[in-house]
Design a protein. Structure first.
Lengths: 114, 114
């Protein structure tokens, strides 16, 4: 069975400092992993995805994530936070067995301080 | 631009009333999903549909019903049997079920009880 754990429900950073949002996953199959961002009262927007190509994945808005199989992790990072990065972030895992399931983490709310 | 349109953006339900949330996509995607989002709980799957005239229950289908008469449309009915319907509802789609495609999301419908 697949599962995903986002280790922090809230993260606060100062503008211009690095961002680290942590995600651990569990999957019986070779997983596909995604990070999404959600602004208030909006849908989810894809930031990046890992589907077994390069383990370091670059996404939009300067975000990137590294797939580490030995640690079952897929942490999201950004070198320098911007005020517009304040939002909720979701880590998502799906398997490749042909099922429909996408398993969502409970989200991390990022606060960016001026 | 292609995308997913959810309507209405806000919806209020009276006791004993059924309400229907609309989801339309012009992405020519095969599969469509309905999720419920509650604070601190991530997204939970209500129903999904891989093809027209076929749909499957997700993890929290009780009190909800769907139809898929057209590829573009996947309306969700929240019935009076759903005793706690207050939530943010998100519709999503993917080009084909397989696990390695990212989902595209609409901007959601917020349902409240009068």
């Amino acid at each position: 069975a697949q599962s995903v754990t986002q280790l922090d429900s809230h993260v606060s950073v100062s503008e211009g400092t690095p961002v680290l949002l942590r995600c651990n996953y569990s999957s019986s199959y070779s997983p596909s992993l995604f990070w999404y961002v959600q602004h208030p009262n909006k849908g989810l927007q894809l930031l990046l995805k890992y589907t077994s190509a390069a383990t370091l994945v670059k996404g939009i808005n300067g975000f990137e994530a590294e797939f580490k199989k030995s640690e079952t992790s897929f942490h999201l990072t950004k070198p320098s936070a911007h005020m517009s990065d304040a939002a909720e972030y979701f880590c998502v895992v799906s398997d490749r067995s042909g099922t429909y399931k996408y398993i969502f983490g409970t989200g991390t709310r990022l606060k960016v301080l001026a | 631009d292609g995308g997913i349109t959810q309507s209405p953006k806000y919806l209020f339900r009276k006791e004993g009333q059924n309400v229907t949330l609309s989801c339309e996509q012009n992405l020519n995607h095969d599969a469509m999903y309905w999720y419920r989002q509650d604070p601190g709980q991530g997204l939970r799957l209500i129903y999904y549909s891989q093809i027209v005239n076929d749909f499957q229950k997700g993890d929290i289908a009780e009190g909800y019903s769907v139809s898929r008469e057209k590829k573009e449309s996947f309306p969700l009915t929240v019935t009076s049997a759903q005793k706690n319907p207050t939530a943010f509802y998100l519709c999503a789609s993917i080009i084909a079920v397989g696990g390695n495609q990212p989902q595209h999301f609409g901007d959601g419908t917020r349902l409240s009880i009068l």
